[in-house]
Structures are given as C-alpha cells and as structure tokens.
Write a protein that binds this ligand. Structure first.
Ligand code: FES
Length: 315
C-alpha cells in the first residue's frame, strides 16, 4: 500500500454557510492543477499532531484550482472541527490528501433520490449540481432541525428540493421509510446524515438490490474489533505479529514499527484498506458492501479484526 504524499494547501477563505457551518477554501501553495475529483468525494485535512479528518468537497469538480469543504462545528468534536473552527486562520498552510470517493454518483440512473440530514448534505451538493447539468431526474430530501440551520440553499434551490424542518413538524423527523418506499424500483438512493437517519435508511432500503442504494457515514456504525488473541502474518515483509486484547490490527502493527497509511481510524474513509490473502476478517467498517465483506479479500485494518487464529495480509 503506497502512502499518498500530502499536498501543501493554504486556507484562502472562510465563508459563513449557516449557524455553525463555515465553508473553507484551500488553494495549493505550489502552482499546478489539483488532483481531479468526482461528485461525492472527500479530502483528508492533516491538522497536525496526527489529527487527520475527512470532509466532503462542495465545489465544482471542474474547478481544479481549489478545494472547498463545508465544516460544522460539532459540539461532540473529536478535535477536528473544533480545531478548524477555532484554530485555522486564513493564510495557514496544512497538508491535504485525497480526494477519495466512497459515495460515487451513478450519473446514468433513470432517477436519483437523495436524503440528507444536517451537515450530511455536503457531499450531495455537487452530486445534485452534476445531475442538474446533465439534465437528469432527481429529488432531494434535506432535513434540518431549525430552518436557519439549512445551508447551501442558494445552490440547492429547486422545485425538486424538499426541505424538512423538524421544528415545523412538532419535532418529527423526516419520514425516511416513506421516501424510500415511494422511490421507483430502479432509482439510485443516497443517504448521508446522522446515525439514526442512516440506520432508518438502511432498514428501509435493505430490500432493494445493494447496487442501488448508497450511504456515507461520518462516524463509525460499529465499534472496532479489539478482542485480540490472534496473529497477523505479513506476507510481503515475512513478519508475524500478535494482536493483543484491547488492540486493533493497526495499533499492533504500529507497536511493531510497521507503518500503514491510515486516516479516520474508524472504518469510514478507506485509507487503510488492505488485501487479505488468508483467514477470515471480522469486518467492522462502514465502507464494504455485504458482498465485499463475504468475499473476504480486503479489509479495513483500523477497525476490523479476525475471526480466524491467523490472518495473512498483503503487507
Ligand atoms: S483509516 Fe479510514 S477506514 Fe481505516
């Protein structure tokens, strides 16, 4: 697995989007076009002291001169959004890796249904823009607790936007199962938002072919596997490493001086994806489909463990 070099980027602007959400624009320090991305992609911001966080890109993919991300100051921040909102100043230079897309748009779909909750709208902004430019059929159900929290309305404004404000429905949440049930059988469905919304979406869409529904999580759906008690054999470097109780595979490897690229460390970004040559992983990530998990040929070693005594990895 090759580690991607971080691009040095300067914070060139901060704009207000809604209470608690700011748009951060980064431009490369060195001249040249930025790596291309597709709608739904995210980048990793390297914020110092091993703090790396993923944020969805909201600018147009054709604009190769900048990356723009929308970041909400999260009250339960694990350090990322608090650092960005309070610590980053215009002119600061940070490292950026990516873009990576785990939430890709299926442009040829006969119809696309997007369901977004709060800051979960960020990856969907340029997906919708793209379908609009292509003249495709789509609808967006965007849920916020209070009307003033809705961001990107200038971009999203369209008769196909259905804004649900909880406070204007006596606190009732968006009826995700009803939206899924009403979607045409061949539509592609996308959901990004808080955990309970994603769980409701997953339950409602689960009866449809897996290729037709797509989820982007900002937090882990399952706790990481830390039971330990197995051995990881590294085929390429001919090493065997014991994973002890309380450790993830990534932590055990680090403890033995084996460096593997990682970013979110909760199974949502894909940076640590590793090929499995032998053994049965205990998959805990939010990225692989059920089919991919059953195939057992790749795993996210930041959060997934092993069901077999020995796991052989392509490292
Ligand atoms: S580091 Fe993000 S999935 Fe493992």
């Amino acid at each position: 697995m090759q580690e991607q070099a971080a691009i040095r980027m300067r914070l060139t602007g901060i704009r207000y989007a809604s209470p608690g959400i700011h748009l951060y624009e980064f431009q490369p320090v060195e001249d040249g076009a930025l790596p291309a991305f597709t709608p739904g992609a995210h980048i990793d911001l390297h914020l110092g002291n091993d703090l790396v966080r993923q944020y969805s890109l909201v600018n147009a993919p054709e604009d190769r001169a900048r990356y723009v991300v929308g970041i909400k100051r999260d009250a339960a921040s694990r350090g990322g959004s608090a650092f960005v909102h309070e610590g980053l100043r215009v002119g600061d230079v940070i490292g950026v890796t990516g873009p990576r897309n785990n939430f890709a748009l299926h442009e040829d779909a006969a119809h696309s249904v997007f369901i977004a909750g709060g800051i979960g709208v960020t990856p969907i902004v340029c997906m919708v823009e793209r379908l609009r430019a292509l003249g495709r059929s789509w609808e967006l159900h965007y849920s916020v607790r209070r009307r003033e929290e809705a961001a990107f309305l200038d971009t999203l404004q369209d008769e196909r936007l259905h804004l649900h404000v909880d406070a204007e429905h006596a606190g009732a949440f968006l009826d995700v199962p009803a939206i899924v049930a009403a979607a045409p059988a061949d539509a592609h469905l996308y959901c990004c938002g808080p955990g309970p919304m994603l769980d409701a979406f997953e339950a409602a869409a689960g009866g449809r072919p897996a290729a037709l529904w797509h989820i982007e999580r900002f937090t882990a759906a399952k706790p990481s596997a830390q039971g330990g008690g197995y051995t990881v054999r590294l085929a390429a470097s001919n090493k065997s490493i014991a994973v002890e109780p309380g450790q993830t595979i990534l932590e055990a490897l680090r403890g033995c001086g084996v460096h593997v690229p990682a970013s979110c460390e909760q199974g949502i970004c894909g940076t640590c994806e590793t090929r499995v040559l032998q053994g049965t992983p205990d998959h805990r990530d939010s990225l692989l489909s059920e089919e991919e998990k059953k195939a057992n040929d790749v795993m996210m070693i930041c959060c997934s463990g092993s069901l077999s005594d020995v796991l052989v990895l392509d490292l």
